[in-house]
Design a protein around this ligand. Sequence first.
Ligand code: HEM
Ligand code: HEM
Ligand code: SF4
Ligand code: SF4
Length: 412
Amino acid sequence: MHKTPLLDQLESGPWPSFVKDLKRVAGRKKSAADLLGVLERSYKDKITHWKHGGIVGVLGYGSGIIGRYIDIPDEFPGVEHFHTVRVNQPSGWFYTTAALRDLCDIWDRHGSSILNVHGSTGDMIFLGTTTDELEPTFAELTAKGWDLGGSGSAMRTPSCCVGKARCEWSCYDTMDLCYQVTQDFQFEMHRPSFPYKFKVKCSGCPNDCVAAVARADMSVIGVWKDDIRIDQAAVKAYAAGEIKPAGGGTVYTKLDIKADVTDLCPTICMSYEGGKLSIDNKNCNHCMHCINMMPQALRPGTEGGATLLLGSHAPILEGAQMSWVIVPFMAMEAPYEPFIDLIGRIHEWWSENGKNRERVGELMLRLGMRNFFLGVDLPAPSQTVRTPRANPFFFWHAEDFEAEAAGRKYIK
Ligand code: HEM
Ligand code: HEM
Ligand code: SF4
Ligand code: SF4
């Protein structure tokens, strides 16, 4: 074992330390011992010793495995190669304990035995193995029904919130959609052929538990079309303190309906008068605030579907960009043809016009929303106008004039 005085300090804090975990593994895995050694060395040298490496993978797949090599292999032979393997998580991220044991056993046999369950990709990450262990790992995974996730300029592993399996707010079946998207885009997931990565994340309601709006190129956010369901008796029970705020998990003994709920409605479309809560649903923007505050009194409507947003990513130079609404409402029912079809058109437009390493959101910014909607053959909804009437320069297309000359006011 290497001496690691700097890393050892990390064990002294109040939280469980990865250093302690890795030391435990280091007793039986040379790679874990050398992993600690390299990190200590990097702390001392103040540079990383990992380098971007050549292509590694398994036969037939272009993605799912991320190559890593070290620049001082003589000193740390245990991590000379230390590739990571992305394993596609099941929808909703539910595993049986038997499945988890299988995965751990496979990784014990073929890799460092260090893994991280659900990083930002949603995948399970097997951290660190050598090139010659990749095919055997893959063979054992597939024999048990597992598949690799996406990496590189490919469709990335789709992910979703627990949705209808556990959450009463889900406005469509997120797990089913996620599974279907995974099946429909097998080719694009395993064989990178896009300008850059493309992520689909599915949340069942605007609470957006998978943070799709911030992290997915295509964010699918469940939403309802009709009115918020109100149980007036439960509203009264909240007002009287019979139902505790946050299930009793706060210092407050009762909800102040005006201060905590109606006054905080962003569109001011709610009122509470004479013990009765009313909502002007036409002006509700579905923020979920009131429903989150009074889950026993309020529920989303019953006519569910999803809002589609496109374009979020977090480039280093410009900073994070949220995705934009492109379809205010789409019904989400199996086999999700309109949705799958739209994704196909977006891929096509992006692949044709995007530069290398340009995410679809950046392309939308570069060419403009108007070109995007024309390019993917979608009607432009008013929700996409970012700052209405702020821009005095409107550039007409030649087709617009031609259409007008032909007697039509607007072209589609
Ligand atoms: C022991 C020190 C390490 C710490 C504290 C650490 C921490 C992290 C964190 C915080 C993330 C992001 C998790 C998230 O997505 O939410 C991450 C992801 C990742 N790490 Fe590490 N890491 C460590 C060592 C390593 C090493 C040694 C490698 C490979 C040589 C590695 C490879 C990766 C990869 C490939 C991902 C992306 C996983 C994904 O696709 O989500 N990490 N790590
Ligand atoms: C100056 C140094 C580096 C910069 C500026 C950099 C930048 C980036 C950027 C911008 C991404 C894409 C992030 C995203 O949009 O999700 C990325 C991904 C990644 N980087 Fe680096 N990187 C650096 C060094 C490294 C090193 C030294 C390694 C490993 C030896 C590494 C491993 C990775 C991996 C595994 C991914 C994920 C690839 C994938 O998901 O397909 N990076 N890096
Ligand atoms: S996003 Fe909405 S539906 Fe999905 S788990 Fe969160 S609260 Fe429930
Ligand atoms: S969901 Fe948001 S916008 Fe709609 S009524 Fe409730 S607080 Fe207001």
